[in-house]
Structure formats: structure tokens, C-alpha cells
Design a protein around this ligand. Structure first.
Ligand code: GBH
Length: 475
């Protein structure tokens, strides 16, 4: 393995993109304004049983009314690119049919403000806030008709925004949509099923490839942009050297990242999934495959954590997604955890990047999310967040190591610009580079935000490569 000389200062490629990310439902609020239609997350939150602090995204960070201030804050932090998502129901309040001009105007204004500040817009078309009308009409992602409906929405966006948006991400974390939405039920629409996750996943992949093929056929030549997807991947180390644990780790990789990346880059689901799931896993037609393998200019990786994987002692009787995968997860005694209860494993990010690069023959990659959270009442950490700064420094160091080893990594998006609505945890977990006072809506860059801004400006030159982030940083 290529060891980096410890005396060499870190230099990311000149073209490396330093970004931050958010999503519409988590920050916008203003759910009844500007002609926005209801979404499955509005409904899910208002059922009053799913969100730990019983909150909703009704107001969130009130970004809808504070967009200019938020873009100015990014500029102040030297952010080069901003990954945000479009709320489908602001563009098409019923999911399909009539376009809502006020929604188009809002995103035009956001995009123009970004471009005016020299910040590149990176647009996610779907970050989980499905128009409720589509859930009612079709059962949402469960029905194959969603594929065409998504492609119609995507096309409206390419037409409206593609003159200025050069980077498109179709779906954020198809895995989380499928598993949290339809297997464990902790996300909207809250189903618990052993077959639905695979159907939903299938439709998400086909929706991605249809939208991407429309972009490539009718827009790419003129608009000169690129299109990809953001997949989540937690790295799995084998717990021991035993072959059955190595196999368990590989199986876990294929059941999460491989599920949504193999079809796009290799043309079908991972063979192990077919073998274990049989008919419960839908099949692609030849036409599907042809479209899938040409659909992706880059793969986004959302990385948060890693696990040790081992072969379970017993096979359980149920056939949920987790039983299908048939892997036990644990942690390494050396690993710390954050306030999400997730292991903090910067080396796992490097291993993840190397694994992807090897399996898929070095595709163009971006880290589309990476970050950490503390609890709302962890006041010391909320104010002076050295722990988050070290998290970013050590994970960026892992990115650098991967680049040195030949991985095509084009950029990094920190999750998240500011504290926001953290799904089932409501406002009790804070991922922001900037804090938000949810009473006054005042935003304040945290120490980690200042550090990230300085790092972006220095193109990574201030990263401590020797210790991977144990040094105190003074600003
Ligand atoms: C992202 O998803 C979201 O895109 C973003 O909206 C959200 O705010 C952010 O992360 C923070 O939560 O133990 O096998 O179940 C979450 C990504 C993927 C991280 C799955 C935890 C657990 C794997 N998650 N992973 S497992």
C-alpha cells in the first residue's frame, strides 16, 4: 500500500469541490406557502407517534423565508458548492400534472442567489418528501407507475433549472427509502414488510435510470451537466479472519451499497441477493439493463459509520430484510460513538472508497454526505464542538488517503450546513456546521464550521495528516 510521507502537507486535487448539504423537508418549513402540496412526511409527523420530540417540519429552519441569509452564510464560510433538494410538491403540488409557478420561482431565486455568490448548485430531486397525493393515488414507490411520474417531475426540473444547474442527483439513499420506509417503518410511509423494500428499491432504481436517460437524451448535450445518485454505505469489517465472517461482511456490503450500485454499474443486482431472495427480488428486463448501465455519470456516497460483521449463530424464522441479509453487527472496542449511537470510524471511509473503487473499476465519486451529531442538551458540545471538528478532519484525511491510493474522488459535502429536522429524532440531534436557535431562528457558525471554511479555502492544506485530527485547532 502507498504510504503517504508524513512530512508532506495535504494537497487535495485543485479541482476538489468543498461543499455542504441539506434537504428540503429538513430545513424549509413554510409547508402551506407558495402553493406547496402536502408530502408523506407532513402526514407522518402529524400522526403524532413517530417523531421522538413530537415535532414536525412545519417550520424547520424557516429556510423558505431566510434563503438569502443562508446563502450569505455559506459564502462567508468559503463554501464552493451547495447540495440541496427540491421539494417535489412545490413544483408539482399533486406530484404530477400542473406546474406550480411559485415553487419554480423559489428555486430559481435560490439558484440565482447561489450562482451570484459563485456557489455551485448541486440539486437532489428526491430526498424523501414524496407528494402525499402520489401516496394516496398509487401507494407511492410501491407502484411501477411512479417511475414515469418521477421522470415527468425530473424533466420539469431539467427544463426549468438546467441552464444553471450542472450537477443532478436523482435519489437520496434509495436504501433508506426502502428499508426505513418499508421494512423497519421508522420513516414515512411507515410500512413493515418483507417484500415491499425490494419492490420499492426496484422502482427507485428504474426511476433514477429513466430520469437520467431523459437527461442524457434531451438535455445533457445543451446543458453540459452530469447526473448521478447518492447511495448510503456504512463499511463492514469482518469481525474475525474466519471465512464465514469475511463472507458476512461482504454480504452486508452487497445488501446495502451493492443493492443500489451494482445495477447501475454492473447491470444487475448482486448475485448473492438473487441467490438468497429468489423471486422476492424483482428482475430487470434487457431494456431496463441497457438504460441502467448508462445512467450514471458519478456515484455519491453518504458515509456515516462502520460496523464489524459476523455470521449469526442461528437463522431466525422471519424473512425481513435483516434476516435475509443474515449478518450480526457489532462494534470494535477501540471505536467511539457519537450522540446518534453510531460508531465513529474514519478509516472505514477510506476502506469504503477503496472497496467501491475496486468493485466498480474506479468510477467518479463524491462524498455527498458525511457528518456527526450531538444531542440538543449536550450544551458544551453544541457550543464548542471540537468533537465535530476532529470528525471532519479525520474523515477528510481518510478521503485524502483514498485519493493517494488512486480513488477518483471529486469532492466532499459536509452534512449539514445547519442544525435541522433530523427525521425520527426531530430537533433533538444537531448535525450543523452552524447552529440554529429554533426560538429566534438565529444562525451561528460553530467552531467546526469556521474550521471547515478555512479548510475549504486552503484546499485541505491545514489538515493534520500525521494524527488524522487529534491536534487542537485554534481560530
Ligand atoms: C442521512 O441518512 C440522510 O440523507 C440525511 O437526511 C440525514 O439527516 C443524515 O443522514 C443524518 O442522519 O445500522 O445498518 O441500519 C442516514 C444515513 C444510513 C446512517 C444507515 C446510518 C445505519 C445503517 N444512515 N446507517 S444500519
Amino acid at each position: 500500500r502507498n504510504k503517504i510521507e508524513s512530512s508532506k502537507p495535504v494537497r487535495f486535487p485543485e479541482t476538489f469541490i468543498w461543499g455542504v448539504a441539506t434537504s428540503s423537508y429538513q430545513i424549509e418549513g413554510a409547508i402551506d406557502e407558495g402553493g406547496r402540496g402536502k408530502t408523506i412526511w407532513d402526514n407522518f409527523c402529524h400522526q403524532g407517534i413517530h417523531i421522538s420530540d413530537n415535532s414536525t417540519g412545519d417550520v424547520a429552519c424557516d429556510h423558505y423565508h431566510r434563503m438569502k441569509e443562508d446563502v450569505a452564510m455559506m459564502k462567508q464560510l468559503n463554501i464552493e458548492a451547495y447540495r440541496f433538494s427540491i421539494a417535489w410538491s412545490r413544483i408539482l403540488p399533486n406530484g404530477t400534472g400542473g406546474v406550480n409557478q411559485a415553487g419554480v420561482d423559489f428555486y430559481n431565486d435560490l439558484i440565482d442567489t447561489l450562482v451570484g455568490h459563485g456557489i455551485e448548485p448541486w440539486v437532489t430531486l428526491y430526498h424523501w418528501d414524496l407528494p402525499e397525493a402520489l401516496q394516496v393515488k398509487y401507494g407511492g414507490w410501491l407502484d411501477p407507475r411512479i417511475v414515469d411520474v418521477f421522470a415527468e417531475y425530473a424533466q420539469v426540473c431539467f427544463l426549468a433549472f438546467g441552464d444553471r444547474v450542472k450537477n443532478w442527483i436523482t435519489i437520496n439513499e434509495a436504501w433508506t427509502v426502502s428499508v426505513n420506509g418499508f421494512s423497519t417503518g421508522i420513516h414515512a410511509p411507515g410500512h413493515l414488510s418483507s417484500t415491499e423494500p425490494y419492490q420499492v428499491g426496484h422502482h427507485l432504481l428504474l426511476a433514477h435510470s429513466k430520469a437520467a436517460s431523459i437527461y442524457k437524451s434531451f438535455f445533457q448535450l445543451r446543458q453540459k451537466g452530469r447526473i448521478g445518485i447518492a447511495n448510503c454505505g456504512d463499511f463492514r469489517y469482518p469481525r474475525t479472519d474466519r471465512p464465514e465472517d469475511r463472507e458476512a461482511a461482504e454480504r452486508a456490503m452487497l445488501f446495502q451499497f451493492g443493492w443500489f450500485t451494482d445495477p447501475l454499474l454492473l447491470g444487475d443486482y448482486p448475485p448473492i441477493m438473487r441467490q438468497l431472495l429468489g423471486d422476492r427480488l424483482p428482475s430487470f428486463t434487457e431494456d431496463n439493463r441497457a438504460e441502467l448501465v448508462n445512467s450514471t455519470d458519478f456515484i455519491g456516497l453518504n458515509y456515516y459509520s462502520s460496523f464489524l460483521a459476523s455470521k449469526p449463530a442461528f437463522k431466525t424464522a422471519d424473512n425481513s430484510y435483516w434476516a435475509d441479509m443474515y449478518v450480526d453487527f457489532s462494534g470494535d472496542a477501540k471505536w467511539t460513538t457519537n450522540d446518534m449511537g453510531w460508531y465513529v470510524v474514519p478509516d472505514g471511509l477510506r476502506e469504503m472508497l477503496l472497496w467501491i473503487s475496486k468493485r466498480y473499476r474506479n468510477p467518479l465519486l463524491f462524498i455527498t454526505e458525511n457528518g456527526t451529531a450531538e444531542k440538543d442538551d449536550n450544551l458544551e458540545l453544541v457550543k464548542q464542538d471540537e468533537r465535530r471538528r476532529v470528525f471532519f478532519e479525520s474523515h477528510l484525511r481518510a478521503c485524502y488517503d483514498a485519493i493517494v491510493q488512486g480513488v477518483s474522488l471529486g469532492g466532499y459535502f459536509a452534512w449539514s450546513l445547519m442544525d435541522n429536522f433530523e427525521w425520527q429524532f426531530g430537533y433533538t440531534r444537531r448535525f450543523g456546521l452552524c447552529s440554529v436557535n429554533f426560538q429566534t431562528m438565529e444562525r451561528t457558525p460553530k467552531m467546526s464550521g469556521q474550521w471547515y471554511g478555512a479548510t475549504a479555502l486552503a484546499n485541505g492544506a491545514n489538515i493534520d495528516i500525521e494524527n488524522g485530527g487529534n491536534k487542537n485547532w485554534q481560530h
